[in-house]
Write a protein that binds this ligand. Structure first.
Ligand code: PLP
Length: 374
């Protein structure tokens, strides 16, 4: 394979080289069928096997119980922002509660009023989404249709490590940017959704894991493509699903099981990688300033500022020259963002850590002098 850069993009994001190599083989020919994965019918035995393996690997990795359905849908996580209230809020007369910890949760919230009453159970806007709510700060409705949370806010870099207490209200989780990064207790959730292109594959497929009793709440008359129940009844084959994206998701799940050794192992690697960067930020807080508060920060997206935008631009440029790309932060947070999903190697994170140390060495003295004289 040609020399690869270290791709710190927030998504679509870096993939394991062994997955890329296997996907190339599948594009040439799949399992002795005399056809490419790009050519086989979604109703063929060959694709049925791919779909079944993708589902069973997800069940095994995450410990998904038999009372859940796993769906492979299109439209990205953004379509879930709309589908969720259509399916689980419309016509209920109840309120949907949203815990707003950043940009994505806020976007999800904005779609809900089209279908019913929605309210913010907590909103971190006033603290610039730099930390999560404390347990007592979340104010739930008495009979919420569901409570929505964003497991990892990709832009701000804040991540839940567990689940907020929601009583009997089903917890619905946008897990787009930390899906499969660590074990989760699926039983705590009514529904989990995640687009694949951050941590689980490529764009085009979104995984929806939904508990059976919620499927019974789906109102009649929804457009078929937007109806969870209909999608579940048809095993994600109501129409042509994104066959290649499902194939790559299956390869990523195989990689997690066979090469990484499961989600506990993956989580340990991810913790260690994140610590390499946060340690540099913490130890050089005269120069590097993390966006997220220490108790809320993400293992997937590390966000931080420097003393000036010029220095931030210079660091991004130096990184680029060393083959580390896509480190510029989202415009709403500024600074830098290193997305270090499952497939980002420790080697890539070490290269970035070393650059941060060097850059600090070169510039921290001058930056402090400037701050004093101004
Ligand atoms: C990327 C992302 C989305 C949007 O996903 P699309 O597939 O582009 O619609 C939603 N939520 C989170 C947390 C994300 O990281």
């Amino acid at each position: 394979m040609a020399k690869r850069v270290f791709n710190f993009s927030a998504g679509p994001a870096t993939l394991p080289p062994s997955v890329l190599a296997e996907a190339q083989r599948g594009v040439a020919e799949l399992n002795g069928l005399g056809m490419s994965i790009l050519e086989i019918s979604h109703r063929s035995k060959g694709f049925e096997a791919v779909l079944a393996e993708a589902k069973s690997l997800l069940s095994e990795l995450l410990g998904i119980g038999p009372n859940y359905k796993t769906l492979f849908l299109q439209g990205g996580s953004s379509l879930q922002f709309s589908m969720l209230p259509m399916n689980l809020l419309r016509g209920t007369g109840r309120t949907a509660d949203y815990i707003l910890t950043g940009t994505w949760g806020t976007k999800a919230f904005q779609e809900a009023p089209r279908e019913g009453t929605a309210r913010a159970a907590w909103d971190g806007k006033s603290v610039n989404y730099s930390h999560l709510p404390a347990a007592g700060d979340i104010k739930l409705s008495s009979d919420a249709a569901y409570v929505h949370m964003t497991a990892n806010e990709t832009i701000q870099g804040v991540e839940f490590t567990g689940e907020p207490e929601t009583g009997s209200a089903p917890l619905v989780c946008d897990a787009s940017s930390n899906f499969l990064s660590r074990p989760i207790d699926v039983d705590r959730y009514g529904m989990i959704y995640a687009c694949a292109q951050k941590n689980a594959g490529i764009s085009g497929v979104t995984v929806v894991i939904i508990r059976d009793d919620l499927l019974d709440r789906v109102p009649k008359g929804l457009p078929p493509m937007l109806d969870y129940k209909l999608q579940a009844d048809n095993d994600s084959l109501y129409n042509t699903p994104p066959t290649f994206a499902i194939y790559v998701l299956m390869l990523v799940a195989r990689w997690l099981k066979n090469e990484v050794g499961g989600l506990e192992k993956m989580a340990a690697v991810n913790r260690e990688k994140a610590k390499l960067l946060y340690d540099v930020i913490d130890k050089n807080s005269d120069f590097y300033r993390g966006h997220a508060r220490a108790d809320s920060r993400s293992q997937m997206n590390v966000t931080w500022r420097l003393p000036s935008e010029d220095l931030e631009a210079a660091l991004v440029k130096q990184a680029q020259a060393r083959g580390m790309v896509d480190l510029k932060g989202h415009r709403s947070v500024g600074g830098l963002r290193a997305s270090i999903y499952n497939a980002m190697s420790r080697e890539g994170v070490v290269a970035l850590r070393d650059l941060l140390l060097e850059f600090h060495e070169q510039h921290a003295g001058a930056a402090a002098g400037q701050a004093k004289s101004s």
